[in-house]
Design a protein around this ligand. Sequence first.
Ligand code: AMP
Ligand code: ZN
Ligand code: FE
Ligand code: FE
Length: 275
Amino acid sequence: MLNKRADLHIHSFFSDGTFSPEKITKLAAQKGLSAIAITDHDCIDAIGPSLEIANKRGPLEVVPGVELSCEIDGCEVHMLGYFIDYKDNNLIKALKSLVDMRNSRMFKMLKNLTGLGMDLSIDDVKKIKSEGTYGRLHLAALLLNKGYVRSIQEAFDKFLGFGKPCYVSGDRISPTEAIAMIINAGGAAVLGHPYSVNKDEYIPGFVKAGLAGIEAYHTDHPEPVVNRYKKIAEQFGLIITGGSDCHGAGKGRALIGNITVPYEVVEELRCRKVR
Ligand code: AMP
Ligand code: ZN
Ligand code: FE
Ligand code: FE
């Protein structure tokens, strides 16, 4: 029971991570974690297989999760959902429309890139990605493979990052809609890596909409930032969560288990579960 830890932010190859549920659960067990959450972008396909593996193998606990891409006033916000009912029909339907949006956005981004003279096609994307949801990290990998950039980061800095020439926002839902979607699916909504938005003035509105927690601990949060969000969490009575945001080898080295929170956080999130 002593010092049980959880990494509550991990991507699988169903979104833009490179690891299978099998590999993630194996690595998590090797790192001595007690619980993990797989939180794919707008996608819950990894949950069933991960739960099955965890049930068979134990004692690792898998928390059903998701990371919804949202937009408010042109800013990109990521809303995490924990303990969602991944078999909920309304959730499945809503995610399907987000995936459709992602697919049409992929074509628009490809058009922007080919407009700059690059030789790229949807078949190239499909070669590196066959299951689940497409995202910018796949395009960044493609640009790297084809020699148009020297690193994944350069692809974002020059072309794909927010406001860069080939950026396409797509029709994203609002954070308030994302919170409602998570609550309606029985889960707890947590504001993901709030420092990437760096606009704390939005937080009271999210709390009003039913936000349950805030991801204070994250790979991209230096210590003063962690402390800032812990303070905000205390102020609004939010659960303090955290995770590595591991993308497998998708962003360089695997981060799984590098950022963890005490297992009690899993219990706190479970208490917010609606069904
Ligand atoms: P998408 O789901 O297509 O919006 O892409 C999201 C992915 O792109 C996530 O893995 C983000 O961490 C990554 N990403 C977004 N903006 C940047 C950036 N400026 N630099 C590096 N990665 C980024
Ligand atoms: Zn990602
Ligand atoms: Fe995110
Ligand atoms: Fe993430």
